[in-house]
Write a protein that binds this ligand. Sequence first.
Ligand code: ADP
Ligand code: MG
Length: 364
Amino acid sequence: MSDARTFRAPGRVNLIGEHTDYNLGFVLPIALNLDTRIRTSPSLDSFLHVHSAAHGETCSVPVAGIDSLTPQGHWSDYIFGVAFQLRALGFDIPALNLHVESTVPEGAGLSSSAALEVASALALLQGRQLDRLELARLCQRAESYFVGMPCGIMDQYVSVFGREHAATKIDCRSLESEAVPLPDGLAIIAVNSMVKHSLGQSAYRERVAECAEAAKALGVASLREATLERLAGVPMSRAARLRARHVISENLRVEHFVEAARAGDVSRMGQLFLNSHDSMRYDYEISCAEIDFLVEAAARLPGCHGARMTGGGFGGCTVNLVAEQSVPAFAEAIKDAYMAYSGRCPAVIPCVPAPGACEIRQNT
Ligand code: ADP
Ligand code: MG
């Protein structure tokens, strides 16, 4: 009988609602069939040892020293940040070995970071109870305050609350969510551009600040409360106006996309994808040439209803709505086109909605 336990948490693909979460708006992600798994066993000293198979590296800290940890700009920050936040809620951190393995590509916009945080929280809790919403919020705090990325709640929320057979519409103000089943015969395909421009992190912070500036000029607590009519009449910087226009229109697109999905109107869903992409490209200014190429090439392919960038921006993945019977031809054609354009082979990733984080129980 071994003391080993295994915990998993999924990555996600966001269908629509980009950069709306930290503006307390709407998002529509699905938790993915790709996940991060952490195998735990008691450590024989008083240390927490964390090993990432992907990085081939182990980091160790004494459990007694977790309260005084500071971020090191290293992958282990995501785990130690969660440990730090658990301590702040009064949980003891047991001396453990954590072995991390993941099928979520890192830095591709499919949220390997939240998958790592949520799996780490379950691993460190070792079955101790924590309200699921508190779990998501704790992981968001780990990323915002320890890692130093001022992210919204979407990634951690859907990694905790994801469900099979449906997307999850999240109201990032009330923190309530609902299942949004997708039309039959429609496949969700992520295409990884295999590029990540370094601009990403600083631009993210800049966008957060510009949205705050716009909300302040509009006299609202968050851009969730703003309207396009009001935006037209209030003076502010050009950047703040463009960012606000993206966020306000993107929130409306999430609502329209959900209506279209419920009505089985795939061509409207596809058009909303393309509109969302244009808004990210021209108003939020977070796209890049490789991603624009993938979106435009996909939109011309038979059976593809629409495409857009997904995730924080400046590279990573596009998400595509493709008729199921067209998927093999779509995959081949988008690979050929992108190879010819960039010399890189894109990963084509079928996205199947998967349940939220849990312990994996062995039968033996
Ligand atoms: P995304 O969440 O879109 O994948 P982020 O930049 O937010 O991109 O998070 C990626 C970072 O998360 C990696 O650079 C690494 O520090 C950390 N990370 C994610 N998965 C793992 C893993 N399996 N092992 C170690 N670090 C990981
Ligand atoms: Mg991330």
